[in-house]
Design a protein around this ligand. Structure first.
Ligand SMILES: Nc1ncnc2c1ncn2[C@@H]1O[C@H](COP(=O)(O)OP(=O)(O)OP(=O)(O)O)[C@@H](O)[C@H]1O
Ligand SMILES: O=P(O)(O)OC[C@H]1O[C@H](OP(=O)(O)OP(=O)(O)O)[C@H](O)[C@@H]1O
Ligand SMILES: [Mg+2]
Length: 283
């Protein structure tokens, strides 16, 4: 049987979450220590630990069948790969930022200014689309210190909390793109059986993360009200309790509006609410 290869980041922002996701998919393997390739003992898969910059090309060229990498890296490397699944971690934005002291309001004022970045391709396309001619200075890291060193007027780099910008006296000025980690494959590869199986496992883990399993007790008289508050769930399980006139309702609640839903359920008469994490949801 064919053995698939999946490329993930060796160390850095995406490594831990990528390893966690694969482990939650039920794959047994040793984490990267000294070897750059780890066999999975219970699935025909090998894990390649790489610099994230190399992952899109490895997948495009078929050296790896799958990869986990930020959308920003895919766009920057301009490869032809399939986006198989957004993964919900590594969320950040690529932004242009300027020194707090720079009196600049409109994007057009970047014309003629220099911008330091490690993303010259994405930035170049963005500026071209806006009809702005700036001098893009490509550097390989520590971008936020360049205005302070007199190397550039502005920067274009990844931002999540904004802490790095702040501590370097910079303010966000324009959004270039938003990004998160994605599972990628070679174009057309999504139809291969093993790849399909892995995508399904990944999706079942992601689905489970978005929801919580809830069990609550309610007087039968209030059951219709409770059921009305559980849209999207076809038929919550209703189990009679030993105490006459009471039932337990088992249901699944989306993480997104969890607390709001719980308080509505309480107001409608729910008691003894027990909340449990879900490991996987297989459709
Ligand atoms: N501050 C951030 N918050 C959230 N996600 C981020 C942040 N910075 C980067 N990322 C995402 O994580 C990815 C990896 O970031 P990291 O800083 O580990 O990359 P790197 O230094 O280029 O690593 P490598 O050594 O693999 O080349 C980025 O390409 C981006 O998608
Ligand atoms: O908005 P913040 O939460 O402060 O995050 C932004 C910082 O995170 C990334 O760098 P990282 O810390 O991954 O280090 P690196 O530059 O060595 O990759 C990015 O290049 C910024 O410098
Ligand atoms: Mg990198």
């Amino acid at each position: 049987m064919k053995t698939l290869k999946i490329a993930i980041q060796k160390s850095g922002r995406l490594n831990e979450k990528s390893v966690e996701l694969l482990k939650n998919c039920g794959l047994n393997f040793e984490n990267y220590k000294s070897s750059l390739i780890s066999p999975v003992s219970n699935f025909p898969l090998e894990i390649l630990f790489l610099r994230d910059d190399d992952i899109p090309e490895y997948v495009q060229d078929g050296i790896a069948d799958l990869g986990i990498v930020g959308e920003n890296v895919i766009q920057e490397t301009e490869v032809e790969v399939s986006y198989l699944q957004k993964l919900g971690f590594g969320k950040c934005s690529l932004k242009i930022a300027v020194p707090n002291t720079l009196p600049i309001k409109n994007l057009s004022e970047l014309d003629g200014k220099s911008i330091a970045t490690t993303y010259p391709v994405i930035l170049g396309k963005f500026l071209k689309q806006k009809g702005i001619e700036s001098d893009i200075r490509t550097i390989s890291g520590s971008v936020e210190i360049s205005p302070g060193l007199g190397l550039s007027d502005a920067i274009c780099d990844l931002v999540s909390t904004g802490g790095t910008l702040k501590s370097n006296g910079l303010k966000p000025f324009a959004d270039v793109m938003s990004s998160e980690a994605v599972l990628i494959g070679r174009k057309g590869s999504e139809n291969e059986d093993l790849i399909k199986e892995l995508i399904q496992r990944v999706q079942s883990v992601l689905r489970a993360k978005e929801t919580k399993y809830v069990v609550l007790n309610v007087e039968k008289a209030h059951l219709p009200e409770i059921i009305k508050l559980l849209p999207g769930v076809k038929s919550p399980s209703v189990v009679p309790l030993a105490e006459e006139g009471w039932v337990a309702v088992h249901t699944v609640i989306p993480e997104r509006d969890f607390w709001e839903r719980i308080s509505q359920l309480k107001q409608a008469g729910a008691q003894g609410i027990v909340v449990m994490p879900i490991e996987k949801i297989i459709l």
